[in-house]
Design a protein around this ligand. Sequence first.
Ligand code: GLN
Length: 339
Amino acid sequence: MLDTNVEGVEQTVSTGRLPARGSVDAVVAEAYERNRGSSDGAVADYIPVLAEVDPELFGICVAEVDGAVHDAGDSTVEFSIQSISKAFVYALVCEEFGHAEVGERVGVNNTGLAFNSVVAIELNDGHPMNPMVNAGAIATTALMPGTTSAEKWEHIRTGLSAFAGRNLELDGVVYRSEAETNQRNQAIARLLQSYGRITEDPLEIVDIYTRQCALRVSAHDLAVMGATLADGGVNPVTRERVVSAEVCRDTLAVLATNGLYERSGEWLFEIGLPGKSGVAGGIVTIAPGKGAIGTFSPRLDRAGNSVRGQRATAYLSRTLGLNIFASSSAGNANNEEQP
Ligand code: GLN
């Protein structure tokens, strides 16, 4: 890891606010209207049961750090969280083990390859690279506290439920469908075992990982979960502290570089915020100190990211002023006419 020599230096935080309530409601409604007619992309079918979803479903939710929530469309329809679970399980593991150890064991750098790449593991001498690709997520799940699989699973389920502020449940149909067809993830876990990267039973870890991916959430839940990461680890609706502010900061940095797989650079370029997508069609996007966006629309691009979700999020980021790289001049230019 990079030695930055800032350990022990106090973290100063500086963020802005979202626009007034009424205008956020209007912007969320407009993000929905602008994109509802699009049918670009295709529903995931490599997990057989996901292909049966209604592709027209479309929901958006923005949750603010003061607990205000703005919904549009099918924002309370539930779907499987899939890869978005990786972000929250990572946060829970960071809470247990801390910045340095997880950074070292799982890594934080982008692979530039697909989420389920085996080549990426081989190219990096068995290092999983980052927790948002399957290899890193499986390694992260293995680190979850608990001496038995049942204990690890319960820790994950209750942890993600605390982020959502309600009891999340397993979608048994999605879990079984993926468990019957996830030979590739089993191979990834075996490969990590062969490199000494996981010491637990690889098939049991993949089973827990498959369960965490099959937890049912809505776009509304994703917005609240994301807003917890935006609020220094406190759920703004239940007011429960779930993880520390340091863990939120670290998790969001990893999402910014890896959350949209090999498209993470394009995502940051267009949207300018940390986000995480899943193959069932969910995306969570976090504006640190302000709030979060949850979207659900099942049709995906080739990298496995929801098409309407990306477009709606881009619109919201732009109109709500969320892009973390955007600035306007303080007005001191001496080569421009003053108004
Ligand atoms: N459960 C899926 C898998 O491991 C999650 C992938 C995703 O959402 N991109 O293949």
